[in-house]
Design a protein around this ligand. Structure first.
Ligand SMILES: [Zn+2]
Length: 373
């Protein structure tokens, strides 16, 4: 077997080791579940693994130049199938199915994601996976492999699949046709059907080290080494999140995030409700989403900064004065992060923003007061 050389998949040395040794010994399983936070490299890993398996170069794979590699980069390889959650607008759907514009959007989005696997799509609503897409991929797998090769399926957001779609896939997962490799990706392993989890080999993606993020942002994304924004994003542990924050680091949003959190932690209801009124008047979903993302980042930064040995993290960042005194454990921090994620999801589902903010404040206070485990 040729040497494996990862190009877009960064860090995650342990996972690389597992995959490389399976490739070298020809013992790749038939189903893997990649789990880990958004932007830690699950999609990049899945695409490059598929490329390595289908590449035609005899020395070093993936070569990015052979016919097979090129087809994958254009999302036009008959042996690689990709499904991922997407936001579809009215013009993309008709009845239960997708329109021609819908299928167009789908292939353009997948191509973009292959080219920039760490970059989040611009989401303007709640992403979903159309049943039709799943059915089509399922049929392609069941038809079997071409020319003795493999059929590789990447499904991102396996946890967000609707029941009907999941059931269609489950049968394939139970009795995969020979030569099938399923790569299932999730940020929330606890939300994946146990019957799916039990049929996969699980690979857990770790948070990326700050120094790795720093060097990647400088070498690949042309940030200057003395760019002050680096310090604010390299502790997110996620290249995807770092890139997103760099593109969306409007000073006013960070200020709002900081203030809303500190009022919540201080349980200052009068000030909270005044701020909610002000925020609601802005009426901008993407701003609300960013605000919750910044709250999550500021809290993580502030919390980890208080742990011995990490004092030098995030200097000069606003997280220095985040109200933290009641957060006692990483578990509590995790609950708060989940609360932010829930709020973001509600914003995307267009839940009334005033309700989202009030519920967030109440639940956060319960967590801080130890009423929620
Ligand atoms: Zn190749």
């Amino acid at each position: 077997m040729p040497v494996i050389k990862w190009r877009n998949f960064i860090g995650q040395e342990r996972i690389k080791g597992v995959l490389e040794s399976a490739l070298q010994t020809d013992t790749i399983g038939h189903a893997y579940l990649f789990c880990g936070a958004w932007g830690t490299g699950k999609f990049a890993a899945a695409v490059e693994l598929a490329m390595a398996l289908l590449c035609e170069d005899s020395e070093c794979r993936p070569c990015y130049e052979c016919d097979s590699c090129r087809k994958i980069l254009h999302f036009a390889h008959p042996c690689l199938h990709i499904i991922m959650p997407m936001v579809f607008e009215k013009e993309h759907k008709s009845g239960e199915g997708l329109t021609a514009a819908g299928w167009d959007l789908l292939s353009t989005s997948v191509r973009q994601r292959i080219a920039e696997p760490y970059k989040q799509q611009n989401l303007t609503g709640l992403p979903s996976i159309p049943l039709e897409w799943v059915r089509e991929v399922n049929h392609a797998i069941l038809r079997g492999v071409v020319d003795n090769r493999r059929n590789i399926v990447i499904i991102d957001g396996i946890d967000s699949m609707q029941k009907g779609a999941a059931n269609a896939m489950l049968k394939t997962l139970e009795e995969p046709p020979a030569g099938t490799l399923m790569l299932l990706l999730t940020e929330r392993i606890h939300a994946v059907l146990p019957t799916i989890v039990s049929r996969c080999q699980i690979l857990r993606f770790a948070y990326l080290a700050p120094e790795l993020l720093r060097s990647q942002l400088i070498t690949r994304f042309s940030l200057k080494p003395d760019d002050h924004r680096l310090e604010e994003v390299i502790y997110t542990g996620s290249l995807g999140q770092a890139l997103y924050l760099l593109e969306n680091s409007d000073e006013q949003i960070i200020k709002d995030a900081y203030e809303f959190w500190n009022l919540t932690a201080g349980q200052n209801w009068l000030a909270i409700s005044e701020m909610i009124d002000t925020l609601c008047a802005i009426n901008n979903d993407s701003l609300y989403e960013k605000m919750f993302l910044h709250i999550m980042r500021l809290l993580r930064n502030a919390f980890f900064r208080n742990i011995e040995g990490t004092e030098n993290y995030i200097m000069g960042d606003r997280s220095l004065t985040m109200e933290l005194k009641q957060i006692k454990s990483p578990d509590q921090l995790e609950l708060l992060a989940q609360l932010c994620e829930k709020a973001i999801k509600q914003v995307r589902s267009r839940v009334n923003i005033s309700l989202v903010l009030v519920n967030f404040a109440i639940s956060a206070m319960e967590i801080l007061n130890g009423q929620k485990q």
